[in-house]
Design a protein around this ligand. Structure first.
Ligand code: AMP
Ligand code: GLY
Length: 423
């Protein structure tokens, strides 16, 4: 079959790497892709929310399946766009429909869903510009730190965690009244702070059946010891050592099952990945957030551990026969370390030549913000490349990633040297 992947990050290179191993895949396109996907697929320079150009490409290349990497096209309704078009409705789209994508598109929607289905999560209230005074009063009832979340998509920057009450009030005003995050902060969810260690749980849903993929933990802060600004993710490890069988059972019973049945009860059509951000408070899992796609860089450690043919899994999602698939997981641990441009997640330079990629033999190099410039590979984003390794333990795997990184170079390359430090 002919498959199109939408996106351009490390996640999408990993999808392309895995899909290209499938005998079911004859032609593979990535829009817009990067220097990594260019090696194994055909890149097409189309943006992920340019639905008309995507339609033209799908018709021209006779694409049978579209795998949606990032959240934006899902929240904007790409799946619905395909279903509503006579010429496109036979094409399988991996990713939820718009109504279900609101689980990521609106924090308030997600909180209401969690409460409606009795899924453990932090207590909350939401506010808008007309009741900002009530928001101040609610903050006064909470203990610090204060958690403020812009309701809409804010490119991972919409969550503020503040220790000081006056600062929290000022930020609430800035979000609601001064549109700090644009329309995304027209509404703000204020949450109880949960203290614990986080992990990500990935679930495949075909709208009826579900399968759970390996857990992963990502490292979001730029600085060692989990300090400094939030990033898209600086590294990841799978499996998560503290996710014991007993804890995973709690996640499945208390969170995954009611999430999947809740989607059906609420008539939210979901054929794709459910990414559940979980925090372990004491011995109990609580939901921090839903994302309607795979994580990045979690994909770079989860997919390398999946032994199944990914295209077969995607077909089962499209046909609602996921119950017939048996997920097979590589027992080894996988780790990834993200190489980033100096300055990221603030201002950084692009266009730096990346050398040594070909010398990496003991790890997988998944390209992210990297593109071809003639026969050179140059940086084109903040997160540049994810170096993934296997090991019998995560310590062994992480050591291999760091050894491979020694062979790579670009000007002002930065990375965290402590991935896994807290485990
Ligand atoms: P989110 O975008 O909802 O995942 O939030 C970003 C990050 O903020 C999470 O990964 C957590 O580290 C942190 N966070 C979000 N909500 C809470 C909460 N209620 N208590 C503690 N930390 C939180
Ligand atoms: N690594 C977190 C995310 O993909 O949202």
């Amino acid at each position: 079959m002919t498959i199109l992947i939408l996106g351009s990050g490390g996640r999408e290179h990993t999808f392309a790497w895995k899909i290209s191993q499938s005998p079911l895949c004859k032609n593979l396109y990535v829009a817009p892709g990067n220097s990594g996907t260019a090696e194994i697929a055909t890149n097409v320079d189309i943006g992920v929310t340019d639905f008309q150009s995507i339609k033209a490409l799908v018709l021209e290349k006779e694409v049978n399946m579209v795998v949606v990497g990032p959240e934006d096209p899902l929240v904007q309704g790409i799946h619905d766009f395909f279903l509503q078009d006579e010429a496109l409705k036979h094409v399988a789209v991996i990713g939820p429909e718009k109504a279900a994508a609101e689980l990521e598109g609106s924090k308030e929607f997600a909180k209401e869903f969690l409460y409606r289905h009795n899924i453990p999560t932090a207590a909350y209230q939401s506010f808008n510009a007309s009741n900002v005074e009530e928001g101040y009063a609610f903050l006064e009832t909470l203990n610090p730190p204060y958690v403020l979340k812009a309701d809409g998509l804010a490119a991972g920057k919409g969550v503020l965690i503040l220790n000081d009450l006056d600062e929290a009030k000022a930020e609430l005003k800035s979000m609601l009244v001064d549109a700090k995050f644009g329309a995304a902060s027209n509404k703000v969810v204020i949450e109880e702070f949960l203290d614990g260690i986080e992990l990500s749980c990935f679930v495949l849903s075909d709208g009826k059946n579900y399968k759970i993929l390996p857990t992963a933990k990502d490292y979001k802060r730029i600085g060692e010891g989990d300090t400094g600004l939030n990033t898209g993710g600086m590294g990841a490890i799978s499996p998560v050592p503290f996710a014991t069988e007993e804890f995973l059972n709690k996640i499945e019973e208390r969170i995954v099952k009611p999430t999947i049945s809740g989607l059906q009860k609420d008539n939210l059509p979901y054929k794709g990945f459910v990414f559940i951000g979980i925090i372990k408070v004491g011995d109990d899992p609580k939901v921090i957030e839903y994302n309607v796609r795979m994580g990045d860089p979690e994909t770079e450690v989860v997919l390398p551990r999946l032994k199944n043919d990914l295209v077969e899994i995607f077909q089962a999602i499209a046909n609602q026969t996921l119950d017939q698939i048996e997920i097979e997981i590589d027992e080894r641990a996988a780790t990834t370390v993200m190489l980033v441009s100096g300055g990221y997640p603030e201002a950084y330079e692009k266009g730096k030549e990346i050398t040594g990629v070909k010398n990496i033999t003991e790890s997988l190099a998944f390209h992210a913000g990297a593109k071809l410039d003639g026969d050179k590979i140059v940086t084109s984003g903040g997160r540049v490349m994810a170096i993934t390794s296997y090991g019998n333990t995560y310590q062994e795997a992480i050591k291999k990633s760091y050894q491979s990184i020694e062979k790579l170079h670009f000007d002002k390359m930065n990375y965290r040297k402590d991935i896994g430090f807290d485990l």
